[in-house]
Design a protein around this ligand. Structure first.
Ligand code: AMP
Length: 193
């Protein structure tokens, strides 16, 4: 099973991707973490990535494409993409990459959380890029850049909107129920290579 999870910053994408990946035996591919790791290293991309992360802006497509292709290439079972795609350009790029591999996304989970709740959660999390101005910037980036991605997957018929407000296990249950309704394999035994 191939999944992606979308949602504004602080919507619980990573918490849910972690829970769902464990539950369903999927590899968790977390673009934000991969970018932060890459930025710390001495790859040719490091300095460029740092500039975007520090500004709360999206890293250019050539960099995220390179990282995604490398990570997907290592996966033997299914996976869940966390924080990718975030723009329509990335969604179209992903489509081509998956077609080349004779794969497709089975479902795209969209975690819905209101702005006040996002601000409350992120201020409490306190990561480097979780200052009020950067949070506001990232929420705006999400609203402008990611809305077309949501519409794109809705049109394809694979968008799974889920209420992201509640404790993590409640939200996980909602997601698993939605996947089961769509007859997707939510038990680990189905996801071995
Ligand atoms: P996250 O850990 O998902 O909150 O992402 C943190 C930061 O990583 C974002 O503010 C972006 O600067 C960068 N980032 C994460 N995912 C992507 C992506 N799909 N495309 C471009 N930049 C990204």
């Amino acid at each position: 099973m191939k999944l992606a999870v979308l949602g504004p910053p602080g919507s619980g994408k990573t918490t849910q991707a972690e829970l769902i990946s464990k539950h369903c035996g999927l590899t968790h591919i977390y673009m934000g973490r991969l970018l932060r790791l890459e930025a710390k290293g001495d790859s040719p991309f490091a300095e460029r990535i740092r500039r975007y992360l520090d500004a709360g802006l999206l890293v250019p497509l050539d960099v995220v494409h390179y990282i995604l292709e490398r990570e997907i290439g290592h996966v033997k079972n299914g996976y869940i993409l966390d924080g990718f795609p975030r723009t329509l350009e990335q969604a179209l790029d992903l489509d081509v990459l998956l077609q080349e591999r004779d794969e497709h996304l089975d479902a795209v989970i969209y975690l819905m959380v209101n702005d006040e709740e996002i601000m409350r959660r992120l201020v409490a999390r306190g990561r480097n890029d979780d200052t009020p101005e950067l949070i506001q910037r990232r929420i705006e980036v999400f609203r402008t850049e990611s809305q077309p991605v949501i519409d794109f997957y809705r049109t394809k018929g694979i968008l799974v909107p889920v209420n992201g407000v509640g404790n993590p296990l409640e939200v996980e249950r909602r997601i698993l129920d939605e996947l089961a309704l769509r007859r997707l394999p939510i038990s680990k035994c189905c996801e071995r290579p």
